[in-house]
Write a protein that binds this ligand. Structure first.
Ligand code: SF4
Length: 266
């Protein structure tokens, strides 16, 4: 049995390592608690939660909620979270209202694009997948929405709530998105004959990008994940300070991050 404490792998773990090995070590090896959650992550979490709930109602044949009720629910959870969550931090010098307005816009765009939320096949939100990359190394992930069409084809839907646009986030399509690549790899073992398509929804911009997954791409993703695993296993956990230090929940204990932020305030 593998003794790697950072397993199972996941796209967020690999991305965390790529961003900064030292933060990866704090988070997944030493399992230290993070001092705060950024308001962007908090907003994304709430939008995903509500999307999943309203779509579940559609799947169960209930009447869709009114948009006003959806937005009020967001506001209620938002106020609740900020009240309870002393650890939610606004990193940029913006007012929290700006983030709430953005989260509302993302939900509203989702609402009009999907109303009346009738499923087009078998649909599962926040679908957990767990598969073996190689012996003793498993990968785990949660797909925002997985659709299995009546003809057996499979769709992976990923809802983006941030400000970054498709051309920045997906410069190489699937090849540039480790997360969808890993999901496709896992699903190709469960649905070996299906055509798998990735759909990225950039909710703030009402933009959807689709790409059909090829065998070459899943092979490429597997190789990339294995290379990273090798790197992680022999890592010296070097700090890699960047602008992301401002959002890092360990920046109160990391000297390299502190020095970097002193020189480059936001
Ligand atoms: S503060 Fe910056 S350098 Fe330090 S662990 Fe976090 S991301 Fe890495």
């Amino acid at each position: 049995m593998s003794m790697d404490s950072f397993l199972p792998l996941s796209a967020s773990r690999l991305k965390s390592y790529l961003n900064c090995p030292k933060a990866f070590r704090y988070r997944y090896k030493d399992r230290l608690p993070e001092a705060f959650l950024s308001i962007e992550a908090f907003a994304g979490r709430l939008v995903h939660e509500i999307i999943s709930e309203i779509s579940l109602r559609g799947r169960e044949g209930e009447r869709p909620p009114r948009l006003m009720a959806v937005l009020e629910e967001l506001q209620r959870r938002w106020a609740d979270g900020l009240r309870k969550g002393q650890s939610i931090r606004v990193v940029r010098r913006d007012h929290p209202r700006k983030y709430l307005a953005r989260a509302s816009r993302a939900l509203e765009n989702y609402y009009w694009a999907n109303r009346p939320f009738k499923p087009v096949g078998e649909e599962v939100y926040e679908k957990e997948i767990l598969f073996e990359l190689v012996d003793d190394v498993s990968v785990r992930g949660f797909i925002d929405k997985l659709v299995v069409r009546p003809n057996g084809d499979v769709e992976i839907h990923d809802y983006k709530t941030g400000m970054r646009r498709a051309k920045k986030m997906l410069p190489r399509g699937l090849g540039g998105d480790l997360q969808s690549g890993l999901y496709s790899l896992g699903l190709s073992t469960i649905f070996p004959k299906a055509t798998i398509t990735c759909h990225w929804h950039f909710l703030l911009y009402k933009e959807e990008v689709r790409a059909e997954v090829t065998q070459d791409q899943t092979n490429e993703v597997k190789e990339r994940a294995l290379e990273l695993l090798k790197e992680i296993r022999s890592s010296t956990w070097k700090a890699s300070p960047t602008v992301l230090c401002h959002w890092c929940g360990f920046n109160d204990r990391c000297q390299e991050g502190k020095r970097w932020m002193e020189k480059r305030a936001l």
